[in-house]
Design a protein around this ligand. Structure first.
Ligand SMILES: NC(=O)c1ccc[n+]([C@@H]2O[C@H](COP(=O)([O-])OP(=O)(O)OC[C@H]3O[C@@H](n4cnc5c(N)ncnc54)[C@H](O)[C@@H]3O)[C@@H](O)[C@H]2O)c1
Length: 289
C-alpha cells in the first residue's frame, strides 16, 4: 500500500479554501487511465477551474487531478466541490476548494487575491461555469440578460484580468474558455446564451493576440450536447437525444463530459504550445462551423 495522507482544513466561511491533499505514488496510476494520456508537463502545475463541482467541470477536476496537477475549484456548490475533492484523493494531487458565487465580481476578485497569496501563479485557467436558459427574447428583462452575462462572460474576464500579471511574470500559461457549438447552430430560443458563447469566441481571439508575446495561449472548447446530470434533468428527452445522436451528429455517439477531456488536456499541455486563438468544436460533427 502506498503512503497516504489526507489533510482536510475546514473554515467557518465558505469563501475560505478547504484543502484536501493526498500523497500517493503517482506513478502507480500511469497506465490505469484508458482514455487520456498522462502529460508529464502538467504534473504539479496549478490549474484553476470555475464550476468544477458538477458536469463538465467535475470531470475536469478529476482529469487534472489524475495528471498530478494541483487543482483549485471555484464553485457555488461547495458541498459537491468537497465531495469531488475527496474523490480525487486517490491521485497524487492537491485540490483546493472555494465556495463562491462567480456572479459577484467583488467577491471573485477578493477570492482570487486569496488564491494568489497562497499560490501566486495559476498555470492553466479553465473558465467553465455557465448556464443555458431557454427563453423568448421578447419576454426577457434587461436584468435577466445582464445576469447571464455576469456568469457566462464577466467572470471569464475578471479571472483573466486578475491572473494574467502573474502568468506573464511566470513566462507563460494556458487559458481555456468554454464556448458552445450552439454559436453555430443558433437555436432561436437561446439568443442570450448564444450571444454569451459567441462573446467568448471573440474574447479568445482578441486576448490571444494581446498576450501571445508572453507565451500565454488562449483557446476555447465548444462542446456539443453533453449528457451531464443537469442536462438530463432539465432538457434531455429520449426523442431529442435520439434525433441529436442519430440524425444531427455525423458520428452517432452519446456525448459525455469524458469525450471533452482529451481536448482540454491537450490545450493545457505544452504539447499544443503553437496553438492559440482557436475554438475547438467537440460535438461529433453536429455544427456546420
Ligand atoms: N452540457 C452541455 O451540453 C454543454 C454544451 C455546450 C457548452 N456547455 C458549457 O459548458 C460549461 C459547463 O456546463 P455543464 O453542462 O457542465 O454545467 P453544469 O450545470 O452541469 O455545471 C456547472 C457548474 O458551475 C457551477 N455554477 C453555476 N453558476 C455558478 C455561479 N453563479 N457561481 C459559482 N458556480 C456556479 C455549478 O454549481 C456547477 O458546478 C458551461 O459554460 C456550459 O455553457 C455545456
Amino acid at each position: 500500500m502506498a503512503p497516504f495522507l489526507v489533510i482536510v482544513v475546514g473554515f467557518p466561511t465558505s469563501t475560505k479554501p478547504t484543502l484536501i491533499a493526498s500523497f500517493k505514488h503517482w506513478e502507480l496510476k500511469l497506465g490505469e487511465n484508458k482514455m487520456n494520456p498522462i502529460y508529464q508537463d502538467l504534473k504539479d502545475k496549478h490549474i484553476l477551474i470555475t464550476g468544477g463541482s458538477n458536469g463538465i467541470g467535475a470531470a475536469l477536476t478529476k482529469t487534472f487531478a489524475e495528471q498530478a496537477a494541483e487543482v483549485t475549484i471555484f464553485d457555488k456548490d461547495y458541498e459537491r466541490a468537497l465531495q469531488i475533492a475527496e474523490e480525487c484523493q486517490e491521485y497524487y494531487c492537491k485540490v483546493n476548494v472555494y465556495g463562491i458565487d462567480l456572479t459577484d465580481s467583488e467577491a471573485l476578485t477578493e477570492t482570487l487575491a486569496k488564491v494568489k497569496k497562497d499560490k501566486p501563479v495559476v498555470n492553466v485557467l479553465i473558465n467553465n461555469a455557465g448556464y443555458d436558459p431557454r427563453c423568448n427574447l421578447l419576454e426577457m428583462s434587461a436584468q435577466e440578460w445582464n445576469d447571464l452575462f455576469q456568469l457566462n462572460v464577466v467572470h471569464y474576464f475578471i479571472t483573466c484580468r486578475e491572473l494574467l500579471p502573474e502568468m506573464i511574470n511566470a513566462g507563460g500559461g494556458s487559458i481555456i474558455m468554454t464556448s458552445s457549438h450552439l454559436v453555430w447552430i443558433a437555436k432561436p430560443d437561446m439568443v442570450a446564451y448564444n450571444t454569451t458563447k459567441a462573446a467568448i469566441v471573440g474574447m479568445v481571439r482578441t486576448l490571444a493576440g494581446a498576450v501571445g508575446k508572453h507565451h500565454i495561449r488562449v483557446n476555447s472548447v465548444a462542446p456539443g450536447w453533453i449528457m451531464t446530470e443537469r442536462q438530463l434533468e432539465q432538457w434531455v428527452t429520449p426523442e431529442a437525444k435520439h434525433k441529436t445522436v442519430h440524425e444531427l451528429q455525423s458520428i452517432p455517439i452519446e456525448l459525455t463530459p469524458q469525450e471533452l477531456m482529451g481536448t482540454y488536456l491537450f490545450l493545457a499541455s505544452d504539447t499544443s504550445r503553437a496553438i492559440t486563438r482557436q475554438t475547438i468544436v467537440v460535438d461529433a460533427g453536429y455544427a456546420q462551423t
